[in-house]
Structure formats: C-alpha cells, structure tokens
Design a protein around this ligand. Sequence first.
Ligand SMILES: Cc1cc2nc3c(=O)[nH]c(=O)nc-3n(C[C@H](O)[C@H](O)[C@H](O)COP(=O)(O)OP(=O)(O)OC[C@H]3O[C@@H](n4cnc5c(N)ncnc54)[C@H](O)[C@@H]3O)c2cc1C
Length: 416
Amino acid sequence: MELKYNLGIIGAGPAGYTAALHAAANGLSVIMFEKDKTGGVCLNKGCIPTKSIMHAAEIYEDLKCMQDFGINAGNITLDYKKIIEHKNEIVEKLRKSLELTIKNSGITTVNSEAKIIDKNHIQADKVVYELEKIIYAGGSTPRALKGINFDGNFILSSDDILKRETLPSNILIAGSGAIGTEWARIFAAFDTEVTVVEAAENLLPAADIEVSKRLERIFKAKKIKYYTNNSVAKISDKKVYLSGGEIIEPECVLVAAGRIPNHPQNIEGVTYLGDAAGEIQLAHFAVKQAVNEISNIKFDKTLVPSVVYGNPEIAWVGKREQDLGKGSYEKANILVSALGKAHCDNSTDGFIKILSRNKKIIGAHIVAKEASSLIQQIVIAMQNDITTEKLKEVCFAHPTYSEGIFECLFRLKAVN
Ligand SMILES: Cc1cc2nc3c(=O)[nH]c(=O)nc-3n(C[C@H](O)[C@H](O)[C@H](O)COP(=O)(O)OP(=O)(O)OC[C@H]3O[C@@H](n4cnc5c(N)ncnc54)[C@H](O)[C@@H]3O)c2cc1C
C-alpha cells in the first residue's frame, strides 16, 4: 500500500466521506481511516436509523385511525423486532452503496483506529502515512448525565436504544432536544408510556418560543408526560429522582443530553470538520463544511436549517422571535388547519411563522407535516436575498403546505 497521499482523513462520517469524495473528484490522492463503520453516526446510529423507525411509527399511527378514511384491515399487530431488522437492512444497503462509491472514486480506506502524529503524519495499525494535508472528522460521543454513567441496560445512550429489539412499556427521556423529542414521539406512537425531563424552561430549548409551546400541546395530545425546569438528579435501584422532587420508575432511561465532540488533540495545520469541530452538530452542516473545505464553495452558517422529525415535523431557520427587539421586525403566522392539504392528510396540527425585516425574511418556524421540505424554500429565499415582494410573484401549487408560506407573505405585520 502507498504510504504517501495528498490528503489523509480520519473518520468516514458525512464530514469525512464528503471531503474524501470531493478531494478525489478534484484529482487528489486520498486515504481515509475509519475505526468503526463507513457512514459514521449519521448512517449507522443517527439520522438514518432513527428516521427509518420513525417512518414505521408514523405508519402505525396512521393505521390507528384508518377507519376514519374508510379503510378496514383486521387486527393491527406490532413486531418491533422486525422494525429494527428493517432499519438494519436499510442502513446496510446505504452503507454498501456508499462504500462502493468511495471505492470507485479511487479513495484508499483503512478500517482501523488512526492517530495524528503531526500535521503531516497519521499512524494506524503501526503504519505511518505521510500526508500533505490532514482532516480530522472523528465525530462526537453521547454525553452522559453528570455523575450518572451509561450502563447499556437501564441507563441508555442514543446508541444503546437502537440496539433494543423490544419496546419498553415505559421510558424516561432526559433531554428534549431533537434526539429526545424524536424518540419521545416514536415511543408514544408505539404506545409506550413516555416521560420527558427537560432542564431548560421550555421543551426543545433551541427552538422559537412558539414552537416550544406548540410542542407542549403536541406532547399533551400524544399523552407524553413532560417536566421542564427539572432534571435527573440521581438514579438508584432503577428509580429516577428528579431535581423537582418527583421519583419515577421507568423500565429504562434514554439520556439525550447532547454530544461531546471527539477532539483528541489540537494540532496546528490539521483541519477539524463536522461534529468534532464542535460548532453545529448536524449531518448537513458537516457536509457543507467539507464541501467548503475541499471545493471552496462557501456557505452561510447562520442559514443552517434545523429539523425535528415526527408527526408533525418541526423545522426552522434564522432568527427566533424571542431574540428580536419589539418594533424591529414584522411577523406573519398561519395555522396549518387553514390549508386544504393538511385536512386531506389528516395532519392539521401546526403553523407556519415567518419573521421579516425590510422586506427580507429573517427567520421561519414551521410545525407541519412537510416542514423538513418547506423550510428549504425559505433557506433558498434567504440565501439569495429574495424579498418578500418578489416571493409574492412565485406561483405556489395547490393543494400544498407551501401555500401557507405564500399566505404568510401577505400577512406580515410590524410587531410593536
Ligand atoms: C440519534 C441521532 C439522530 C440524529 N439525527 C440527525 C438528523 O436527522 N439530521 C442531522 O443533520 N443530524 C442528525 N444527527 C447528527 C449527525 O449524525 C451528526 O451531526 C453527523 O453524523 C456528524 O458527522 P461527522 O462526519 O462529523 O461525524 P460522525 O458521523 O460521528 O463520524 C465520525 C466517524 O469517525 C470515526 N472515528 C472517530 N475517531 C476515529 C479514529 N481515531 N480513527 C478512525 N476513525 C475514527 C467514528 O467511528 C465515526 O464513524 C443525529 C445524531 C444522532 C445521535
């Protein structure tokens, strides 16, 4: 095997493999080190597996009210083990396809742990490789609660929960960020009793305040219990003691309290990308960073959309209303229940909210069935400085959720 390459990359997650593919396409010789599985957390333990299980949860929820739509189909039964097997098949299929793409791009891969020696050398399996440039894209690790370690049995990380082949009858989820909220919705759909404990004042604390408040309503409607301003103080004998005094006895605890960047050493001249860089821990951010690094295609870090999956989806970009001074912006809000498509889809919960200033959108917050796609329209408009007047000239198809965006444009009013 060659020992000299233009580029050496540690980590084959979205940041690492995107950098590798772009570098190879640009004619560089590339070697990529991965100690676990190609695709990183995103493909193997994150975005893809959770969304596969989420899809099953949504089908199950839909089936529960199918009679409203005139569909009768015997007894519905749930086989969670099969759902997990199906998830594994999807992950494997995608991983194989990614591995093939990497191979066909002429990238050399080494399946072992790698260590950076200095800005031009990486060691793996006792072999030292010489590189003109090194990228470290080693990702992140689930954060444990202070003083409470994961045990893989009762106290679970987001990695552990994916390995379970049975549904818990009840679960406590510590943290209501994207990961905690998505799992809360998955388990609630499968009729598991769910309790969410959030240390901050509001659920989904990174979101706009109206989104957090709407999520409270959604949780109530789905019978998800939640505590805010409260945290797990102690776990002992399978009892969870909350800081607010409550004692809960769940079958297991999922800790969804953020992720710690894997950033073993700071070596000058080495580039750190993705979760490891400790900025925004999202797969699409990792991808954009990598494309920027290798192909020099800039992107605006203030316009990275956030999405929380489930029914309805939640998505946002730009400024939150609570961060804006009164009199400095305009606002429009439309309920999803005003849209014909939402009724056809039996998904009338949610809203589309747009914030603007000087005829430019400065933020959008969407709770709606297709929020993950809707938000992209806003990102494109914001990125390209398209004014709200210009957007009014766009023809939005009917019946769609996008019509809600169109309607909002005409409702923008100053907030005093
Ligand atoms: C449950 C869950 C759901 C998520 N859902 C979403 C979502 O819906 N959308 C979204 O955008 N993001 C989501 N994320 C976040 C997303 O997975 C991460 O932001 C993304 O994977 C980061 O990519 P990365 O390339 O920086 O790191 P990773 O994907 O973590 O990849 C890093 C890789 O480096 C390898 N590595 C580390 N150290 C070494 C070493 N020394 N030698 C060799 N290899 C090494 C690791 O094994 C790993 O494979 C989710 C995360 C979780 C946990």
